[in-house]
Design a protein. Structure first.
Length: 243
């Protein structure tokens, strides 16, 4: 079992630490998925995946159904996905993934957070080239299935990353392959517990504990903003997070 696998699980649990914030984020993603692909999960693969995420986060079923119904209303507000790029203290690259109905408000807030915490908000393309857009699927273990079996089954779908422990199987690949990977998993009886789209850096930068605290202060205020969905950096995890 790889350390990256354990770190990803730890980060997922940390992001889901605030239930109300998690429900808000998933609700926005559901709205965007319904607007893009319709309210029927049987024909909207992204909505199916988000419903699994909602279940994994203990989001009540009736809350999910209300979000779908609300998003289906032609007069319902819409959210736009916008990525902001910049540098945190100590040269750490930062990608801020937002879902907003007011980009003027959002960019002003994000710029303010960077300025107050010693960072610098850049233009599009400032640090994006340092990251790869990837998808990950977290699956229920399946009797008799090994990682070698999974690799043979899914490599033609574009999957590249495989890991497993007693609680779950993880399959990952480039963002562009997410539809093919999800379809194969669903068609072949794998139960998808949750899924995520992430930006992963090609290389991580090591910092001292004091330097990490400076970067984490920026991450914290960004993640508290209602418009922010996720924050990605190329900061090396603290040793305790990697265990």
């Amino acid at each position: 079992m790889g350390r990256a696998f354990e770190y990803r699980k730890a980060r997922k649990l940390k992001r889901w630490g605030s239930m109300s914030r998690t429900f808000t984020k998933i609700g926005k993603e559901i709205t965007m998925a319904v607007k893009a692909g319709g309210p029927d999960p049987t024909s909207n693969s992204r909505l199916r995946a988000l419903m699994a995420n909602a279940k994994a986060a203990n989001m009540p079923k009736d809350t999910v159904e209300r979000a779908i119904k609300k998003a289906s209303d032609k007069d319902a507000g819409d959210y736009k996905e916008v990525i902001y790029e910049g540098f945190a203290p100590h040269g750490i690259a930062v990608l801020v993934e937002t879902a907003t109905d007011n980009t003027t408000r959002t960019v002003a807030n994000v710029r303010n957070y960077f300025n107050k915490k010693g960072g610098n908000l850049g233009n599009s393309g400032t640090v994006g080239f340092l990251f790869s857009h990837k998808c990950y699927f977290h699956l229920e273990p399946k009797d008799g299935i090994t990682l070698d079996d999974l690799e043979l089954e899914l490599i033609d779908c574009g999957a590249e990353d495989f890991d497993m422990d007693e609680e779950e199987i993880m399959v990952g690949g480039p963002f562009e392959a997410n539809g093919d990977i999800q379809k194969y998993l669903e068609d072949n009886g794998y139960e998808i517990k949750s899924s995520e789209f992430v930006y992963e850096p090609a290389e991580y930068k090591e910092l001292t504990a004091e330097q990490r605290a400076d970067v984490e202060a920026l991450i914290e205020v960004l993640e508290e903003d209602d418009d922010v969905q996720n924050v990605f950096t190329n900061m090396q995890a603290a040793p305790d997070d990697e265990e």
